[in-house]
Design a protein around this ligand. Structure first.
Ligand SMILES: Cc1cc2nc3c(=O)[nH]c(=O)nc-3n(C[C@H](O)[C@H](O)[C@H](O)COP(=O)(O)OP(=O)(O)OC[C@H]3O[C@@H](n4cnc5c(N)ncnc54)[C@H](O)[C@@H]3O)c2cc1C
Length: 473
């Protein structure tokens, strides 16, 4: 970034809305993925879409790479700057919930609103915003939309995509695009709203969103189910779905994970269980009671050792709190924890779980099993040390084999974390050369200079620097 561009952008942002000291910039070189990133040249924290639009006009005139950032809680390196000399756009100063519209069951919020703050606000209004990433205490709505985040409730309620009705986006050249509306049905031309969901900052910077809400469930019940074998737990999940039962959440954890969790939070999970399922069902009290009985029966048919219903909201909260801590606690077990996100059609869940265990064992890599099991979304967590080259050679083999096994089963590389740089090597195998060509054509149409988050989604990280503001390879 040349001096004139830098000074012009700083002048537009104004005091308090930019960072340029080396110790501040260092914070903007990473996200929650243990991947090295380049130091940006400047960070701006816009306070309005108009301010961001003016900044983007200057950035595009000078072909400066621009990387949008929410809370940098991403697990695929989506934020991690791959291009040097970039402008980082941190959305935290755009953190207003503009309107909760109870009559239309929508909330309109700026992109920098923290997910939990939005959840709490709509709950107070008697409504529910279902997407519940375990990171919701820090992640932003903009980051959730840009990655199509999910969470345990995805089994019944789906990912963020299902809740985005409209967006405001600042495009690469500084124009402001408004898509969608509060209508819950929209069939008016290309669905531009959906195009930006999961676009990982490569097509535009999301500044505001209209999100769909649902009624708060009347009742819910959490079950803790213990199994003597991981395969039996995985089969029980598959059977629950195959019988047309749709709990809100079904989370699988293996013995290694339960033991790590219990060292830090005494939740009361049994230490000798090979696998546990934490299941939450919700709905009206009558149908909920029937659902619980049906789930208990299927678990018993799959040799469950025990089924325990949480006796109070506090006990259920303890189970879910432990589940949400899984990544943080695994990160303490070894220097690094890499989280995979391969997702398969639900009936193939038992097969992918078996493959993950086999591949890890064959390559002597420590993998802890966690999964949003009810929607086929696995989160094997690889405990490793990225500074150990020999171990990383084996870890990379495991990551690749898991990704490719998932694709063989008709799955996808990512159910909710996105591609970033972590999974871009296998994108062509998932989407075919034609699919990648179409994605690149869309990218060229919206960002002809390739300045938005270069080096992500496809190609090699090394291409980003070469791009330096030009189109991605
Ligand atoms: C402990 C932990 C638990 C997690 N659990 C889950 C989980 O259950 N489910 C899940 O889906 N994810 C989970 N994640 C991953 C992560 O929290 C999500 O991917 C989240 O959506 C990222 O939000 P963020 O605001 O931190 O975005 P960032 O990490 O800052 O950015 C993510 C991507 O979005 C882009 N981006 C950010 N804001 C914007 C914007 N306004 N406009 C355009 N592009 C933008 C960035 O450039 C980047 O490519 C977890 C992470 C951690 C650390």
């Amino acid at each position: 970034m040349d001096g004139r561009t830098r000074e012009t952008i700083k002048a537009i942002a104004g005091p308090g809305n930019f960072l340029e000291d080396p110790e501040d910039l260092a914070v903007y070189t990473y996200d929650a993925t243990p991947l090295p990133g380049k130091t940006p040249a400047l960070v701006v924290l816009p306070t309005s879409s108009a301010m961001l639009a003016a900044i983007m006009k200057v950035a595009s005139e000078s072909a400066v790479p621009v990387i949008p950032r929410g809370a940098a809680s991403g697990l695929a390196g989506g934020f991690v700057p791959a291009a040097g000399g970039a402008l980082v756009v941190d959305m935290h100063h755009m953190n207003q919930i503009i309107e909760i519209d109870k009559a239309n069951m929508t909330v309109t919020a700026q992109a920098g609103v923290v997910t939990q703050a939005l959840q709490d606000a709509v709950n107070r209004a008697g409504l529910l915003y279902p997407p519940d990433p375990a990171s919701m205490a820090i992640s932003t709505i903009g980051g959730n939309i840009a990655t199509n985040a999910g969470g345990p409730r995805g089994v019944k309620y789906g990912n963020t995509l299902q809740y985005v009705l409209g967006l405001e986006v600042v495009l690469a050249d500084g124009r402001i695009l408004k898509t969608g509306s509060k209508c819950i049905k929209q069939a008016s031309g290309y669905n531009l709203t959906r195009l930006f969901v999961g676009s990982e900052g490569t097509l535009g910077i999301i500044t505001q969103a209209i999100l769909r809400l649902v009624p708060l469930p009347q009742a819910k019940q959490t079950l803790l189910v213990v199994f003597g074998k991981v395969a039996a737990a995985a089969q029980a999940v598959s059977d629950i779905i195959a019988r047309g039962i749709l709990p809100a959440s079904i989370e699988l954890m293996d013995r290694k994970l339960v033991n790590l969790l219990e060292q830090y939070i005494a939740t009361g999970f049994p230490l000798d269980a090979e696998a546990i399922l934490v299941i939450e069902a919700d709905g009206d009290p009558d149908s909920l009671a029937k659902t619980i009985v049906a789930i208990e029966r299927i678990c018993a048919d799959n040799a469950a050792v025990s089924v325990k219903a949480a006796q109070s909201d506090e006990e259920a909260d303890r189970f879910w709190e432990a589940r949400r801590m899984a990544f943080a606690i695994c990160s303490r077990a070894r220097p690094n924890c890499l989280v995979e996100d391969v997702t398969v059609p639900r009936a193939s869940f038992p097969q992918i779980i078996e493959k993950i265990q086999q591949i890890s064992e064959d390559n002597q890599v420590t993998t802890v099993l966690l999964a949003h099991a009810g929607d086929g979304n696995t989160h094997p967590m690889i405990l490793t040390d990225v500074s150990d080259a020999e171990e990383m050679r084996r870890v990379n083999i495991v990551l690749e084999k898991i990704a490719l096994e998932g694709l063989k089963l008709g799955g996808t590389l990512s159910g909710e974390h996105g591609i970033g740089t972590q999974k871009m090597l296998w994108m062509e195998q998932e989407h075919s050369p034609v699919g990648i060509d179409v994605m690149k054509a869309i990218k060229r149409a919206l960002d002809p200079q390739g300045i938005l988050n270069p080096g992500k989604l496809w190609g090699r990280a090394a291409d980003a620097d070469a791009a330096g503001g030009e189109e991605q390879a």
